[in-house]
Design a protein around this ligand. Structure first.
Ligand code: NAD
Length: 334
């Protein structure tokens, strides 16, 4: 299969690409290697993919429409996984324009390219952040999510609406996956596990928001990648159940939307304890209030994805955090 993976130098995109390459798919990675966080880490992830003969790479931005179209035309993808995006909740308070550029204009370019080239299936990244604050737990895709509390969340919700429109109007099969706090080797330096590890090893205090009392449905990278591959393999079909209540307007759209999480929320303080055990060091905690844009708790109901594609997250945090630490120490030379 020819699969275009956008965000291929990113945390999830590079891990996904490797699994697709290992099973023999042709993969074209697209990424602009931007400087939101250390581009050397992105390059290092890419360096793991470049030796595969079935891998090619184009450096381009999603919002550069001619470049996106040229990539589609030269490669002719059958399936597309759109992971490139401006990620991060807190940064979206400072730089909302970056989110509109990558996540709205860029995503529109992907939809247009898929539509005009009859791509069989577009899988794209949404986020648990669309659930906003103070919601009933666990989060279900049936819940109303009209109240995002950050521009990041608003653009991810917009992606779901845009995908639905393209599925409905043009019959483009799309599947949105709402990722829940992904962690593991090759993870992102702006996320808690990486930040905490760096600071604990440097003997610096860690900032623990909401006094560590919020919980996250931390999901291990290999479980996520397996779920994405299973979803990609099964082309979205008209599915009134996954589409909310059946209605003449939506019931025939080949549109699906799922949570992809661990279904095991863990309090941040417990996550830190596990990290301390793996590092063999104690953290100095600076307890702070909940930050604007952050949601207090996340917890994924993954029943629909388990039922439809056989998704079964299997990695407890004790195992996943230990694997992250092992990778971190190797990558940073101890
Ligand atoms: P990441 O930042 O590591 O990867 C994104 C990649 O996309 C980066 O390599 C970046 O250079 C590239 N990129 C960004 N904007 C681009 C643009 N306009 N054009 C081309 N390339 C661009 O992030 P990740 O953690 O791998 O996340 C992948 C996707 O999953 C994102 O859409 C993110 O919003 C979503 N997501 C991730 C998490 C998580 O916990 N990691 C949670 C929810 C949703």
């Amino acid at each position: 299969m020819r699969v275009l993976v956008t965000g291929a130098a990113g945390f999830i995109g590079s891990s996904l690409s490797q699994v697709l390459l290992e099973r023999g798919d042709q993969v074209l990675g697209l990424d602009n290697l931007n400087a939101y966080y250390d581009p050397r880490l992105k390059q290092a992830r890419l360096d793991r993919l470049l030796p595969y003969k079935n891998f090619s790479f184009v450096r381009a931005s999603l919002e550069d429409r001619p470049a996106v179209e040229a990539a589609f035309d030269s490669f002719g993808p059958q399936r597309v996984v759109n992971l490139a995006a401006q990620a991060g909740v807190r940064y979206s308070l400072e730089n909302p324009q970056a989110y509109v550029d990558s996540n709205i204009t860029g995503f529109l370019n992907i939809l247009e390219a898929c539509r005009h080239r009859h791509v069989e299936h577009l899988v794209y990244a949404s986020s648990s952040s669309v659930y906003g604050a103070n919601r009933k737990l666990p989060f279900s895709v049936e819940d109303n999510v009209d109240h995002p509390v950050s521009m990041y969340a608003a653009t991810k919700k917009a992606n779901e609406l845009m995908a639905h429109t393209y599925s409905h109007l043009f019959g483009l099969p799309t599947t949105g996956l709402r990722f829940f706090t992904v962690y593991g080797p090759w993870g992102r330096p702006d996320m808690a596990l990486f930040l905490f590890t760096r600071k604990i090893l440097a003997g610096e205090p860690i900032e623990v928001f909401n006094h560590g009392r919020h919980s996250r449905d931390f999901t291990y990278i290999d479980d996520i990648v397996e779920g994405v591959v299973r979803t990609l393999d099964q082309v979205a079909a008209p599915s009134p159940a996954a589409d909310g209540p059946a209605s003449p307007a939506t019931s025939h759209a080949p549109y699906r939307l799922y949570n992809i999480g661990n279904h095991q929320p863990v309090e941040l303080l417990r996550y830190i304890e596990v990290l301390e055990q793996c590092l063999g060091r104690k953290a100095e905690r600076r307890l702070l209030p909940l930050q604007p844009g952050d949601v207090p708790d996340t917890w994924a109901d993954v029943e629909a994805l388990s039922r439809d594609v056989g998704y079964r997250p299997a990695t407890p945090i004790e195992v996943g955090v230990a694997r992250f630490v092992e990778w971190y120490l190797q990558y940073h030379g101890g």
